[in-house]
Design a protein around this ligand. Structure first.
Ligand SMILES: Nc1ncnc2c1ncn2[C@@H]1O[C@H](COP(=O)(O)OP(=O)(O)OP(=O)(O)O)[C@@H](O)[C@H]1O
Ligand SMILES: [Mg+2]
Length: 320
């Protein structure tokens, strides 16, 4: 059975967390005292929030007390407020230790908790005794109600930079004794970074998938792009040609022929190729606005086919 590398290489100590030095340095100061505030970790996916929350909790808890003193809840558990109340009440009351041992509640995806439930949660946080510490994890802090935010110390996690992602991937490759052909190794890691968009979990998963599919032997970076829902280089080149010659039907045909297209990934690729498209410099700002709008609409569930068709039309309109 294959290990899941994101778990196998999940950081277990502060010094294994890559980047995030501002958050980590401050948290290290916090853990020196027992009087820590409730915490919110906010930032993009796969940047170390859950890992850091677990490290925090484990710093204060003995291994054998972990079950009794650490509660992990996910947003989907909180849809029924009654359930949350019950679970939290049990957790808080269980063997209340007199010596002030801390207990942790890690609330994952806190930004997906409905507003009503957040209000109830706020009261639970307010009333919780001093030894209960909440750690809320979220991607978008503006979806958490102010009264909760103001009761917590907020730590912002950032997308990981290219060199950090590649460094970690190389570390894992070494540990796993992967054979990456040296002539394509740079291209391979660059591509894994591009695919990840700064999400280390995605980068590690893509690396493991490439290994599982035996793509390393005859390293074909195009295959890796394809399985990750991007256009391979040849298709991308054909698309560039079609866009430059303002051939709208052709560009739609190319996009339509890709079964595994992920539209938001495609938008990232489009952004990368913009400089090669001879866009009228006076129109570039409007074009960026449109790209942002389309990306947003897709993120909100708009019909991807229609949005991408519209985007191709807008790009072609702005090609000189
Ligand atoms: N800063 C980091 N340093 C080291 N490893 C990391 C870091 N960020 C992510 N990882 C790797 O990615 C995996 C997922 O990280 P983690 O669960 O901490 O991300 P997250 O920020 O909680 O993401 P999400 O918002 O999707 O829950 C970890 O197991 C680890 O392998
Ligand atoms: Mg997480």
């Amino acid at each position: 059975m294959l290990d899941v590398w994101t778990e196998k290489y999940r950081p277990r100590a502060f010094n294994e967390i890559v980047s995030q030095s501002i958050a980590i340095n401050n948290l290290k100061k916090f853990v020196k005292s027992t009087n820590i505030p409730h915490l919110i970790f906010t930032g993009p996916a796969g940047t170390g929030k859950t890992s850091t929350a677990l490290i925090m909790a484990k710093h204060f808890l003995k291994e054998e007390n972990l079950d009794a003193n650490l509660l992990e809840l996910n947003a989907s558990d909180t849809v029924r407020m009654e359930y949350v109340r019950e679970v939290l009440k049990n957790f808080v009351n269980q063997s209340l230790v007199k010596d002030g041992t801390l207990k942790f509640v890690i609330l994952d995806e806190a930004d997906n908790i409905p507003g009503q439930v957040q209000q109830a949660l706020r009261r639970i946080i307010e009333k919780a005794s001093n030894n209960i510490k909440f750690i809320l994890l979220c991607n978008y802090i503006n979806r958490i109600i102010d009264p909760i935010v103001s009761r917590c110390a907020v730590f912002r996690f950032v997308s990981l930079p290219k060199e950090k992602i590649i460094e970690r991937l190389k570390y894992i490759s070494e540990k796993e004794k992967l054979k990456i052909p040296s002539d394509t190794s740079d291209e391979f890691f660059n591509q894994l970074f591009f695919i990840s968009g700064g999400d280390l979990r995605k980068a590690i998963n893509t690396l493991q998938m490439a290994v599982a599919l035996e793509l390393l032997d005859n390293l074909d970076t195009n295959e890796i792009l394809k399985i990750s829902g991007f256009l391979d280089k040849k298709t991308l080149d054909r698309l560039i040609m079609a866009l430059k010659s303002k051939d709208y039907m052709k560009s739609r045909e190319i996009i339509g022929s890709i079964e595994t297209l992920d539209s938001r990934n495609f938008i990232r690729q489009l952004v990368e190729i913009l400089p090669s498209l001879n866009i009228d410099p006076k129109k570039i700002i409007n074009l960026w606005t449109s790209i942002g709008d389309v990306d947003y609409r897709i993120s909100q569930g708009a019909d991807e086919g229609i949005q991408i068709s519209a985007l191709l039309a807008i790009v072609i309109e702005n090609v000189q």
